[in-house]
Design a protein around this ligand. Structure first.
Ligand SMILES: Cc1ncc(C[n+]2csc(CCOP(=O)(O)OP(=O)(O)O)c2C)c(N)n1
Length: 186
């Protein structure tokens, strides 16, 4: 972890399939992951493989035209083995998603592209589990509403911390807050 975002680190910042075990495809250029996932789903269909393909995308990532091309392609090929989970935290690097490029009405966009749409609280494990299970055998977009920096008061919904590490002091404060919450749960 201490080499995060350094040159030659296996955690160089984007998932690197040559260096990071478990990562099958290098990504980082926004929008490409869903196209790869849709290609895999089409392959499963041809092979009569009953597996489901799951793909996680960001809401800001949905500004990319490539997302909508892949969404149309999945519908056009009547794929019923793909789930896209969208981290709807309403922020991206340059600010709020609605200010950068308006996404709403978001669910009806997916719907009109031929996807069944489910909205969940992206912090609720039961809802996450149920929606993933229910999506098997269909073409589903799960919009997971989340709060950036959830659980740490000064990080929540604060885009100043986007793509930047916390200072040592902030980090200590955050760990202290989280530990208090864990104590309360236990
Ligand atoms: C094609 C492309 N354009 C721009 C970027 C730079 N970039 C990296 S992350 C990011 C914002 C992504 O926002 P979102 O998908 O909402 O992710 P989150 O902010 O929730 O991490 C941008 C614009 C990129 N990686 N690829």
């Amino acid at each position: 972890m201490y080499t995060l975002r350094r040159i030659n680190s296996r955690l160089q910042g984007h998932p690197d399939s040559r260096k990071l075990p478990g990562v099958e495809i290098s990504t980082g250029s926004l929008g490409q992951g869903l196209s790869v996932a849709v290609g895999m789903a089409l392959g499963y269909k041809y092979d009569k493989n009953e597996g489901q393909i799951f793909c996680l995308v960001g809401d800001g990532e949905c500004d990319e035209g490539q997302i909508w091309e892949a969404a149309m392609f999945a519908n056009s090929n009547d794929l019923k083995n793909i789930t896209v989970i969208i981290d709807r935290n309403r922020y991206q690097i340059d600010g709020s998603t609605e200010e950068v490029l308006k996404l709403e009405p978001f669910a009806s966009k997916w719907d009109s592209f031929g996807w069944k749409t489910i909205e969940i609280d992206g912090h609720n494990l039961e809802e996450i589990k149920k929606s993933l299970e229910d999506s098997r055998g269909s073409r589903v977009a799960i919009i997971a509403n989340t709060i950036k920096g959830k659980g740490v008061s000064f990080l929540e919904d604060n885009n100043n911390y986007h793509s930047k590490p916390c200072s040592k002091e902030d980090c200590e404060k955050a760990v202290e807050e989280l530990n208090k919450k864990i104590e309360m749960i236990n």
